[in-house]
Design a protein. Structure first.
Length: 154
């Protein structure tokens, strides 16, 4: 299951947003209607298929040492903000209030693919991210090699 692309959707007065059709198809093919939403690293909401999130918990959150302050902070931030939601029959999800407030989502949002998961952004915040990304594209690309050896850390 891979999530790619960029979409703009309305958020209704109840805090519901549609999952893009391509993402819904991928989720339904994998029999994944339950999603885990949590705070992202850049002010966005991360949306993970429940199986992908549980794999992250197993490989990262349950492995990191609990006696170190920085790992406790990391684990608590990721787990405490996490919320399970189910897609409704119309392919919408409810944005938990604490996450909508964190990401400043109201009225409209940008949904972006992030390969293993997707993200929900405030449109202005995403525009700032895109601008920063364009500005740093060459430097980021040149430095990519050093991260390929580390592997993916969630």
């Amino acid at each position: 299951m891979r999530f790619r692309g960029q979409f703009r959707y309305a958020v209704d007065h109840k805090g519901r947003i549609a999952v893009p059709a391509a993402f819904r198809r991928a989720l339904e093919t994998a029999n994944q209607r339950t999603l885990v939403l949590t705070k992202g690293y850049d002010g966005e909401i991360e949306v993970h298929p429940v199986e992908e999130w549980e794999s992250f918990e197993e490989k990262t959150l349950l492995v990191i040492p609990r006696y170190k302050r920085e790992t406790r902070r990391f684990m608590r931030r990721r787990a405490a903000s996490a919320a399970e939601v189910d897609m409704d029959s119309q392919g919408r999800i409810m944005l938990p209030r604490h996450l909508a407030e964190y990401a400043q989502i109201e009225g409209e949002a940008v949904i972006t693919g992030a390969i293993s998961h997707f993200e929900i952004w405030n449109p202005s915040a995403f525009a700032r991210f895109e601008e920063e990304s364009e500005t740093n594209q060459e430097n980021d690309s040149e430095n990519l090699e050093k991260y390929l050896h580390e592997g993916r850390s969630e």
